[in-house]
Design a protein around this ligand. Structure first.
Ligand code: ACO
Length: 401
């Protein structure tokens, strides 16, 4: 076939790769991921080291600006964020319009988008300074939206944070402080949340991050791109899996704890049931984040004195999967979402908030990826297709159809 005929048929040569299983969409210097060997690094630092030694705000700085901050840089970053940690009072009216039962991920996505109306200059990021302003603006306001999404559900007043606290401690206080009572941050809870947020902070071109980059590539602003990313994260095949895992483990417990029954369902190709929290597009050996979280789950539950029977069910499922040819052949291992919900639950975070906590952790990663995309002056994202529909047809009047 000569090239003209081909162009006539398809509009040019097009590669088809559903789900982009083998297609790189960009070059990136942020996160290195080797799925065969279970390696994850942010800006060259191993996830194990960062989870063990860094705090979340340091990691956010590292992802966004490329280097670990000096003490002075970190203090300035934190104080610039704190200066932006109030949202317009009218945002409360928008939140008021949602039913109490609204899913917090929908609330978070809508309010992140609504912030544009109150911060129109955040869309203009032509200079480095404007970009920095948009970044600290959302780093300051996002935790407030997260806390309010929870407080709306639990009927608590919509308060602001406490500037004297660290970034993560302040989030906990905003989420859990009750009116007319003191709230003292439990260091066990704070350290565990810090670690979880670090583990979720970036993961190269996953579904939500690709969404942020592609929406941003049209030069829609940062907040609009993030709002789209939050919606992408919500799905149960992506970040929504952490809620789905907990609900699945609960269902297994309610059903008498028969893990074998659910293993059989997961393997049955006529049953839509999947073992939530298992499998990953890229990791084909183990998910290094899951390894760290599994150890943390044991430690946190013990330190908090929580005995949760679903932790045993989770471990039982993992053990069975490790010895089951279906899971072994398909290289299906627990992913980041398998054990995280058990820790969130021990902290007192309701199950509908689990994916919101994921979004909170992923925020710096999304920002870093969006910033890189803009700085690299990437062209607008515009995938092609191979058309499989009808050839030219002549229009029929309604009476002739
Ligand atoms: N339970 C049972 N079987 C599974 C599971 C599972 N959790 N995951 C994959 N499989 C099977 C598939 O049925 C398929 O089998 P087949 O070859 O016989 O048809 C094979 O394993 C390959 O699965 P795919 O769906 O083609 O793999 P893909 O890379 O497209 O999907 C995904 C990856 C979405 C993570 C998938 O494993 C899944 O649905 N897992 C459960 C949801 C989940 O935990 N998502 C969180 C992912 S991590 C994150 O986003 C933060």
């Amino acid at each position: 076939i000569d090239i003209k005929t081909l162009r006539g048929a398809t509009g040019g040569l097009t590669t088809i790769d559903p789900g982009y299983k083998n297609t790189g969409s960009c070059t990136s210097a942020i996160t290195f991921l080797n799925g065969e060997e279970g390696i994850l690094r942010y800006r060259g630092y191993s996830i194990e080291d960062l989870a063990d030694k860094a705090d979340f705000l340091e990691v956010a700085y590292l992802l966004i600006f490329g280097e670990l901050p000096t003490t002075t840089q970190l203090e300035k970053f934190h104080s610039d964020i704190k200066a932006q940690s109030h949202v317009d009072e009218d945002v409360k009216k928008i939140l008021d319009g949602f039913p109490k039962t609204a899913h917090p991920m929908g609330v978070l996505s809508s309010l992140t988008s609504a912030l544009i109306a109150f911060n129109p200059s955040s869309v203009n990021v032509d200079s480095e300074e404007d970009m920095y302003k948009a970044i600290v603006n959302i780093m300051g306001k996002f935790p407030v939206l997260v806390a309010w999404a929870l407080r709306k559900r639990t009927g608590q007043p919509l308060d602001y944070g406490d500037d004297s606290l660290g970034y993560v401690d302040n989030i906990l206080k905003m989420m859990f402080k009750k009116p007319n009572s003191e709230y003292k941050v439990d260091p066990i809870v704070s350290n565990a949340l810090d670690k979880l947020l670090i583990l979720h902070a970036d993961h190269e071109q996953n579904c939500s991050t690709s969404t942020v980059r592609i929406v941003g590539s049209s030069h829609a602003g940062l907040f609009a791109s993030l709002s789209a990313g939050i919606s992408a994260l919500w799905g149960p095949l992506h970040g929504g899996a952490n809620q789905a895992v907990l609900e699945m483990l609960e269902a297994i417990k309610e059903d008498g704890g028969d893990t074998k029954k659910y293993m059989a369902k997961a393997k049955d190709k006529n049953d839509p049931f999947r073992l939530m929290g298992f499998g990953h597009r890229v990791y084909k050996n183990f998910d290094p984040r899951a390894k760290i979280i599994k150890v943390a789950a044991d430690e946190v539950l013990e330190a908090l004195g929580v005995e949760d029977p679903i932790l045993d069910i989770a471990k039982g499922l993992e053990q069975e999967a490790l010895n089951d040819p279906y899971f072994v052949d398909r290289k299906l291992y627990p992913n980041v979402d398998f054990y995280s919900g058990i820790i969130y639950r021990a902290m007192g975070i309701p199950v509908e908030m689990f994916t919101v906590m994921f979004a909170l952790g992923r925020l710096p990663g999304w920002i870093a990826q969006w910033k890189e995309m803009r700085e690299n002056k990437e062209p607008i994202g515009r995938p092609r297709q191979v058309y499989t529909g009808e050839n030219l047809r002549s229009f029929k009047e309604a009476s002739d159809r």
